[in-house]
Design a protein around this ligand. Structure first.
Ligand code: ZN
Ligand code: ZN
Length: 364
């Protein structure tokens, strides 16, 4: 028999998909289908699983992807190339379409969106398993924190992040952090297991962040629900963390610009005079300060004002400045110029700084 005249027996769905062609006939036993071996008939169970798995997610639009048992796609490709079939539906697109139809029929108000779906289903036809992931949710909020709580989660002191017995495999320290506690609570509320925090600057563990708080954008990966609460109140054991003005936003800003007011307690080695403080305020008003960032690049930032008082060897200063400029280095003058030490003419050291207010420059 000539290669071109090869005939194929197909099941009903596979035959219908390829239309009427003399080389194709209906198999008496559906399990004899050249392409699918009878798999096309048995999507009922996977359809049910798909609807059930999606039911655990809050979504409006979705898309379905399909993993076929090995050989099916290859055999259909063989048939299509031998019969010179181009375009039209493939078994993969047909399966995906049938599963999507089951979702539209079985759940209210759901729509297919292949480009930007809220939820993505992956159905493994051979294994009979269905997994769902959802698009990330970006949450914006302002946090406040007490002294002694770190901003970021710290690595476990024993294993340094690798995971060990003492950290129960998490790799993280048990000491309280904004990132750790907010992740835990948001995880419970949104049904998300992974978060990515984008901070608008940082402070020390012993800095207080006062209300209204420092902004943060939190990306929740594959959340089940898409409506964050308006506010979180979390206990740390040494004072509360709040996350307020919480809301879902359209997108994350990768390089958040901001300015802030900090209240710094500064120590000097000798007595600081009223004249020192007056000169400091005058020098720093509207000053452009240059420093090397941690990538070694020279960066210019603005100081808006300094309001300072001196008592003995100590200065208390309220400073408004651009975000990114490290407060401790601005005071000491370490690779920063002009600095407070430079202006006062005495070596100074920032003992502590609290965050009074943060303004973002992004339009939100
Ligand atoms: Zn078939
Ligand atoms: Zn550990």
């Amino acid at each position: 028999m000539d290669e071109r005249a090869r005939r194929f027996q197909l099941c009903k769905p596979c035959l219908d998909r390829h239309g009427g062609r003399p080389e194709l006939t209906l198999a008496t036993d559906q399990g004899e289908c050249f392409i699918c071996g009878g798999r096309s008939g048995g999507l009922g169970e996977v359809s049910k699983k798909t609807v059930r798995a999606l039911g655990r997610f809050e979504f409006r639009t979705f898309s379905v992807g399909v993993v076929l048992p090995s050989g099916i796609q290859e055999r259909e490709d063989t048939l299509r190339s031998e019969l010179k079939i181009r375009g039209g539906e493939t078994i993969k697109s047909e399966f995906a379409g049938r599963l999507a139809a089951a979702v539209v029929k079985g759940m209210r108000g759901k729509k297919v969106d292949r480009l930007h779906p809220d939820a993505t289903v992956l159905a493994d036809i051979g294994g009979g398993t269905v997994s769902v992931s959802s698009k990330p949710l970006f949450v914006y909020g302002n946090y406040t924190k007490p002294r002694g709580v770190s901003q970021r989660r710290l690595f476990c002191e024993v294993c340094n992040g690798r995971g060990c017995e003492s950290c129960v495999g998490s790799g993280y320290s048990a000491s309280p952090s904004v990132e750790g506690l907010v992740s835990k609570r948001l995880g419970e509320l949104l049904g998300s297991e992974r978060f990515k925090f984008t901070w608008f600057g940082s402070e020390d563990e012993d800095s207080v962040v006062f209300p209204p708080g420092r902004p943060v954008v939190i990306e929740a990966k594959s959340p089940r629900t898409r409506h964050p609460p308006g506010e979180l109140r979390l206990k740390t054991g040494i004072g509360g963390i709040t996350l307020s003005r919480v809301r879902a936003i359209a997108k994350q800003s990768e390089h958040p610009a901001f300015s802030f007011i900090t209240r710094a307690v500064i120590g000097a080695e000798e007595k600081v005079t009223e004249d020192d403080v007056k000169r400091l305020q005058k020098d720093m008003k509207g000053a452009t300060v240059r420093y090397r960032n941690n990538k070694g690049r020279l960066v210019a930032k603005k100081i808006y004002f300094v309001k300072a008082t001196a008592r003995g060897k100590r200065i208390t200063a309220e400073i408004k400045l651009d975000g990114g400029l490290p407060v401790k280095r601005l005071v000491s003058g370490e690779a920063v110029s002009p600095s407070f030490s430079e202006s006062v003419g005495k070596p100074l050291r920032c003992e502590r700084f609290d965050i009074v207010r943060v303004w973002t420059k992004a339009r939100r």
